[in-house]
Design a protein around this ligand. Structure first.
Ligand code: CDP
Length: 205
């Protein structure tokens, strides 16, 4: 059985948390596609050309423990606007999406470009202020030193770059279900996502 759940949305919307929990709930595999762009961005900060880094991405690049910083997020969003970088990452993502047993992919263009045929498409969002606060708490809990203002500025700058780029801009697919989590806690957002997936599972209405 193949079954693809595409979860897109802006920075720090909670896609990662929801995707991981949904994958665990249904026993699907999970791919955080943002990590691919973060790993490429990380290598550009180390001095490599983005296109070369994308073409030669290695499993260990995804295991580095410094991919979650705001500096790497900004680098990711810059390399993500380069068509050759995106093209180099397509096949891996598509193969992952169709693996047997079901897959959840989260990112910006999963429902629009990577898996337009996905059985379930969610676009998870929340106000920029709510998203910045969540990311601020996440970063400071991990020991990063930052301010709420700096995180909000990062979120806004990346959203603008991600939405305005010519190649695979961030936007909801026409058939995506919008999930605004501004006023939802994690269990509520997860329950809403699971309900959408249940409706589309094989053998259900
Ligand atoms: O966790 P957060 O939402 O802050 O970011 P992420 O999902 O790790 O993505 C980091 C950056 O990678 C984004 O700002 C996008 O520029 C880029 N990205 C993308 O272009 N396409 C994807 N499918 C996933 C991420």
């Amino acid at each position: 059985m193949t079954f693809t759940v595409a979860i897109d949305g802006p920075a720090a919307a909670g896609k990662g948390t929801i995707s991981k929990a949904v994958a665990a709930h249904f026993g699907f595999a999970h791919l955080d596609t943002g990590l691919l762009y973060r790993a490429v961005g990380r290598r550009t900060l180390d001095g490599e050309a983005a296109e070369v880094a994308a073409r030669t991405l290695r499993p260990e690049d995804l295991e580095r423990d410094d991919l979650r910083t705001a500096e790497v997020a900004q680098a990711a969003s810059k390399v993500a606007a380069i068509p050759e970088v995106r093209a180099a990452l397509v096949d891996f993502q598509r193969a992952f999406a169709r693996r047997a047993g079901g897959a959840v992919l989260d990112g910006r263009d999963i429902g629009t470009v990577i898996c337009p045929e996905a059985e379930v498409k969610l676009f998870v969002t929340a106000s920029a202020e709510v998203r910045a606060e969540r990311r601020y708490l996440e970063l400071t809990a991990k020991g990063h030193v930052t301010t709420l203002d700096a995180v909000l500025a990062d979120v806004r700058e990346r959203d603008a770059r991600d939405a305005d780029r010519a190649t695979a801009p961030m936007k909801p697919a026409e058939d995506a279900v919008l999930l605004d989590t501004s006023a939802m806690d994690i269990p509520a957002a997860l329950a809403a996502a699971i309900a959408q997936i249940e409706r589309k599972r094989p053998g259900r209405g």
